[in-house]
Design a protein around this ligand. Structure first.
Ligand code: PHE
Length: 350
């Protein structure tokens, strides 16, 4: 009897030790089978019960049951605890090499046109200009009329215009997609008094065939400065500074007469070709010069129309195409690349 009791106690201690050491459900099941199963040691001990003297049987029987329950409870508790711990196998499969370098997330970036527009505006902001924006659907009045381009004037042919269907515009006054950012000159002057110093980036539209240097939707940056005693020298100095900031400090600029109805005199500005330094190459079509913008002194008619006294105030205006600036600056050969949505192109402008 004493020997049997000892054996049972050892059995319990051994079983619980193994339960404690089990690391997954499979091991735990093995322990259960070997201690409690049909061929298990506890079962074997219970089978010896008939050889125990009758008066001792209840005591031994009870002890055996206590041991059995203790092992069962031990297994149950361990199983519950293991439930939240993944098995060795799962851990092996899930292994990660923490020394591997991380995968770089693919970040977006600003479109090259956005970058160049910000760079252009930034140069003028440093010279004291404010930045404003205006509507792309515009009245005929702002796009043409107030800019000294009356109806039926042949100068309108300079801008091939997308007109808004009067029925859908529900107005008898003609509307259009602005062909340039110049209408903002009028809107701004209507709302403020001199001094005016402002640049206006924005989308423009022209009814034109698309080719390597023309698109029917494009950007412009307009500039306007009006004050007392502004002269053509201010125009030249400002635009010369701009050209050097964008294309290098050795740039030369050249101004030639050009015609825009809302300026007098009107000019276009070229910079000496930075590729061949003026000797002539493919980029400048062997002229040595690259034309980059139109400009001029604000026409007195335009000033008068917005209620500025042309005898007191003068000003200059300019308009340029950021796409052309970017094409020249980065040697881009086709304007259609900008909206081609090709990452090989876009990734070159980090
Ligand atoms: N608006 C003109 C164009 O688009 C450019 C320009 C602007 C010229 C301002 C002179 C002054 O052709």
């Amino acid at each position: 009897m004493e020997a049997l009791r000892k054996e049972l106690e050892t059995l319990q201690a051994e079983a619980l030790e193994l339960v404690k050491k089990s690391v997954d459900a499979a091991q735990l099941e093995k322990v259960r089978v070997s201690f409690l199963g049909r061929k298990a040691r506890l079962t074997a001990i219970l089978r010896q019960l008939p050889t125990v003297p009758p008066e001792e049987r209840p005591v031994v029987g009870q002890l055996a049951n206590t041991v059995k329950r203790a092992i069962e409870e031990g297994i149950e508790a361990r199983r519950a605890a293991l439930g939240s711990i993944p098995s060795d196998e799962i851990l092996r499969k899930d292994q990660i090499d923490v020394t591997l370098p991380g995968r770089r997330p693919s970040l977006g970036r600003l479109h090259p046109l956005t970058q160049i527009i910000r760079e252009i505006c930034g140069v003028f902001v440093e010279m004291g200009f404010a930045v404003m924006e205006g509507p792309e659907v515009e009245w005929d009045y702002y796009n043409f009329e107030a800019l000294n381009i009356p109806e039926d004037h042949p100068a309108r042919d300079m801008w091939d215009t997308f007109w808004i269907d009067p029925a859908s515009a529900r107005t008898s006054t003609p509307m259009l997609l602005r062909t340039h950012t110049s209408p903002m000159q009028i809107r701004i002057m209507e709302q403020t008094r001199p001094p005016v110093r402002v640049v206006v980036p924005g989308k423009c539209y022209r009814y034109e065939a698309v080719d390597a240097s023309h698109e029917s939707q494009f950007d412009q940056v307009e500039g306007l400065a009006v004050d007392e005693q502004i002269t053509f020298a201010d125009l030249k100095g400002t635009l010369h500074t701009f050209a050097r900031r964008l294309f290098g400090k050795d740039r030369k600029t050249r101004f030639r007469c050009d015609y825009f109805p809302f300026v007098e005199p009107g000019v276009d500005m070229s910079i000496d070709c930075f590729l061949c330094k003026g000797t002539g190459c493919r980029l400048c079509k062997d002229t040595g010069w690259l034309e980059i913008l139109g400009a001029g002194m604000v026409h007195p008619n335009v000033l008068a129309r917005v209620g500025y006294d042309p005898a007191r105030y003068t000003g200059f205006a300019f308009g340029l195409g950021p796409a052309r600036v970017a094409m020249l600056k980065y040697g881009i050969e086709d304007i259609r690349f900008f909206h081609g949505n090709d990452l090989r192109f876009l990734r070159q402008f980090p």
